[in-house]
Design a protein around this ligand. Sequence first.
Ligand code: BES
Ligand code: ZN
Ligand code: ZN
Length: 506
Amino acid sequence: MDVRVEQGDITQAEADALVVNLFEGVTSPGGGTGAVDAALEGAISRLIALGDIRGKAGELTVVHTFGKIPAPRVLVAGLGKREEFDLDVVRNLAANAIRALRKPGVKRVVTIAHGAGVAGLDPEGCAQAVAEGSVLGAYRFSRHKGAGSRDDDTNGAFPALLTIVERDAAAVEGMTAAARRGVILADAANVARDMANEPANHLTPAELAARATALATAAGLDVEVLEREAMERKGMGSLLSVARGSAQPPKLIRVSYHGRGGDGYDLALVGKGITFDTGGISIKPAANMEAMKADMTGAASVVAAMQAIAALRPRVDVVALAPCTENMPGGNASKPGDVVTAMDGRTIEIINTDAEGRLVLADALCYARELGARAIVDVATLTGAVSIALGDVCYAVLSNDEGLAAKVQAAAAAAGEKTWRLPTWKEYSELVKSDVADLRNVAAPNRGAGTIVGAKFLEPFVAGTPWVHLDIAGVDMSDKDKGWVTKGATGYSVRALVNLALAMAS
Ligand code: BES
Ligand code: ZN
Ligand code: ZN
């Protein structure tokens, strides 16, 4: 999608559809909506008087213009209540609006920058939210559908062109830069969605590494893929123990960005890359196992975030690490009770082979330290327990550092992503102590706190480095389109990570 900001009069725009808006309770619209209403001889206000348009959040009404203005249709989008209105509403509205316009005849959409006029929000923030929401909302994964089974014929980028019109010429330059930022953020989230939606027979660790390499090369970033032998040399026995049961070779992807050019890295982003999680010998039940193709969402998120970081060029040094493997129950697979040694020499008793994410992350966290990371954020679909605790409304933040946790939560909030902090008190450390090794990978049965236990297992491997663990297992997939969230892989955490890198820039 090509997104532009132009100075002009929306009523005269050459487009297949216009998008305007209305607050709940407003009977005579102002701004761009008012101008369109006047050009349509009061058609919108008449629909308001009839009660067909009420301005409720999520309300979308198509009004046909029958030659009164160049655009054949106008979508009136409800903004909801003024007191509940913010940039999150704008982002979601833009996403819902663009999906409502997905039809063969709609190629050029012209919109007002919702919120910038009557609502008094910062015009640049609004332009970014409209661009971001539109690109996120228009996303679909249709790679494996034949032309005949697609439920629409708007192939490729939809719509081809989105223009945000602004009356004030002086505001256009700033809004153009903001819209570009929105597109860059949303494109990165869509890159992660493409990887997470990809079936596991297509997206193997090798394919994930190939996509990361292509992305990094295109963005001018350094990339390195560690093979099994290199991992063996580094003593990554924990990561390698997960790969044992699979015929697919593991890959440890590193993508680096030097925006500052210092030593080491200001920030390491570490993502769980299980391209399919069967559970291994502690095998999962068949029901819903197909969802485990997305158990590499953390890896996809950190790699995709680097694309946006490279495009936005903050003065900060960032490395993304993605330990990637399948978790399969092959003849050589790890067995419950096996003891393995991680890169830092810590020994781990594998009680449950389905708690594999923390095993691959352990070595990747050690590697982040070896590379000189001064702050680490890991992202993982780590526990089913996080869905029990938080559902799909937010994701869990666990940390050993108040300052970094606050920065991460603020970065997520700016992306419209809700987070909730869970505790990491030392009492929980008891749960990961083993009788035969330094750590066990799951707690004793029925001790609860599954998401916290996952974090407490990871914590020793960062050895005091400021660290945040994001457990996104409750939000990584959605069964429906809702605002910026689309069906299938959601892209959660990608824009939050990019915002964090921007906020950390000196
Ligand atoms: N990949 C799963 C977690 C998961 C579950 C992600 C549901 C998305 C949706 C993870 O590897 C896993 O299996 N965790 C176990 C941990 C347990 C054995 C301590 C779990 O949550 O059951
Ligand atoms: Zn698992
Ligand atoms: Zn897993």
